[in-house]
Design a protein. Structure first.
Length: 132
């Protein structure tokens, strides 16, 4: 049995998880997400936890067991706290700045690079070389 798949996913306060029509739907303060459940995988919500199990008779259910549990965990984390990535720019004269929804990068080319930040993503520049 999958060690990752058998661990239950704790549902935090303010997050609602629903299993219906072969899909898991997760709703929280940061948005709504849904994921189809593969054949041979069962998802149940009980006692504030999401439990993922598998049907041994279905081929490849073992490979999908841990994957499905991790996808559900990532959905719960995403709608409750969100994800953050940090980037340090290293180089002589390299720097970054934001102008509204435009990220301006100076990376050693003959011209600055203007990158439009997608909707739903925020970029914060700290001390010219650290992006969050």
């Amino acid at each position: 049995m999958s060690r990752v798949g058998k661990a239950p996913v704790r549902v935090v306060q303010g997050v609602k998880v629903e299993v219906k029509d072969g899909a898991v739907r997760v709703e929280g303060p940061k948005g709504k997400l849904s994921q189809k459940v593969p054949a041979g995988i069962m998802v149940k919500v009980e006692n504030g936890q999401v439990v993922v199990s598998r049907d041994e008779s279905v081929e490849n259910s073992g490979a999908l067991h841990g994957l499905t549990r991790t996808l559900v965990q990532n959905m719960v984390h995403g709608v409750s706290t969100g994800f953050t990535r940090e980037l340090d720019i290293v180089g002589v004269g390299y720097r970054a700045a934001t102008k509204g929804s435009i990220l301006n990068l100076t990376l050693g080319y003959s011209h600055p690079i203007d990158y439009e930040v997608p909707a739903g993503v925020s970029v914060k520049v700290e001390n010219n070389t650290h992006l969050v």
